[in-house]
Design a protein around this ligand. Structure first.
Ligand SMILES: [Zn+2]
Length: 367
């Protein structure tokens, strides 16, 4: 779990168990991800605030950030990730990591780590992943088995899940985060980027995905529907199609390959728009927000005007009633009877304060 936006002063915390010779283990707390682990005597542990992962070692490592380390002879080094409740929940159970194995698995090469032993396991309702280097001591397994979620870890378990909902034309994953109360009947969908050169909204969706605070409604976040466009710095996807002219409502042929708003050969011709279609048809969000740039307004039409206007007020930006262009996502969703509108961010990158303002407007929207 990544919880950068939690607001906790997550300073690098370093715990040192009592020196060798003492038999007393201490319980080290990862306050970012919310769990404790019993450290055998003489072991060291530190949490890396950026991603909540922990470096745990039987010696004092020179840097807790590096993963390409080689522990001294007879010593053990571990990088531990709490991946949250992803695979513990029934509907996200695409694979089910086992409980801790009876023996430490064999050494294999892993990108960035060099060679390590990889342990994927489920404990206390969370999926964990550990890379173990050096001496495969028996106490590694008993130490990992001592992991217990704290109240914070349990609260986070209620609010986070993430999965790949499809792949772009060039095979890049398109991820969806689900945050908040899954039992709420208020479903809100936020898409950070659809035009690959208008992706400042990803600063907002990133913050939402990292929220780590309980919220009352059911919030679905797609960070980037057009990862190929983002990688290439183009508005269109890898086929040169403007995804936001490719949806199947009032679709008409616009432009041709290589032009600004090329609609594609037919509605839904693009994988990315089909991915968005199946997500929307599955969850039927009451409200959907699509981020674009660079007009610095909120724009909507028809049934979506009142909610969009309210969002604009909450975010302190101007609102404009503008009819939907042909084949846009919001056009299609409004024809389905949903509220869906566009937030045009200013040009360039969003400041942190700006991203917070647009983010809190989303959190304040449902009532
Ligand atoms: Zn746009």
């Amino acid at each position: 779990m990544r919880l950068a936006a939690f607001g906790v002063a997550a300073a690098l915390s370093l715990a040192v168990a009592p020196a060798q010779g003492s038999t007393r283990a201490i319980r080290f707390e990862n306050r970012v991800d919310g769990y404790t682990i019993a450290l055998p005597s003489g072991w060291h542990a530190a949490v890396i605030p950026d991603d909540g992962s922990a470096t745990i070692a039987s010696y004092r490592p020179r840097s807790v950030y590096h993963i390409a380390v080689t522990p001294p002879r007879e010593q053990t080094w571990i990088r531990l990730y709490d991946e949250g409740p992803l695979w513990s929940r029934r509907h996200f159970m695409r694979r089910r990591p086992p409980r801790l194995p009876a023996a430490v698995p064999p050494v294999k090469p892993f990108e960035g780590f060099g060679s390590a032993r990889r342990l994927e396991f489920r404990l206390d309702g969370h999926a964990f992943l550990a890379f173990v280097k050096g001496k495969p001591r028996g106490d590694v397994l008993s130490m990992l088995a001592s992991i217990r979620l704290t109240a914070r870890g349990r609260a986070l378990a209620l609010v986070q899940s993430v999965r790949v909902i499809g792949r772009s034309v060039e095979g890049r994953p398109i991820r969806m985060w689900r945050i908040g109360n899954p039992h709420s009947s208020t479903r809100v969908l936020v898409v950070g980027c659809i035009h690959g050169n208008e992706c400042a909204g990803m600063a907002i969706t990133q913050q939402l995905a990292n929220l780590g605070l309980p919220i009352t409604f059911d919030l679905w976040v797609v960070q980037d529907l057009n990862p190929d466009g983002l990688a290439a710095g183009t508005r269109q996807n890898a086929h040169g199609v403007d995804l936001n002219r490719n949806f199947g409502a009032m679709w008409k042929r616009i432009g041709r390959h290589g032009t600004f708003a090329y609609s594609g050969p037919r509605p839904w011709s693009e994988r990315e728009t089909r991915i968005a279609r199946s997500l929307v048809l599955r969850i039927h969000p009451q409200v959907t927000i699509w981020f674009h740039q660079p007009q610095a307004i909120v724009r909507a039409w028809g049934r979506s005007i009142p909610t969009a206007r309210r969002y604009a007020r909450l975010a302190h930006v101007p609102f404009r009633a503008i009819p939907w262009p042909n084949g846009t996502a919001a056009n299609w969703q409004n024809h389905l009877g949903e509220v869906s509108f566009v937030v045009e961010l200013p040009a360039g990158r969003l400041s942190l304060a700006g991203a917070r303002r647009y983010e809190s407007a989303i959190l304040g929207l449902p009532r």
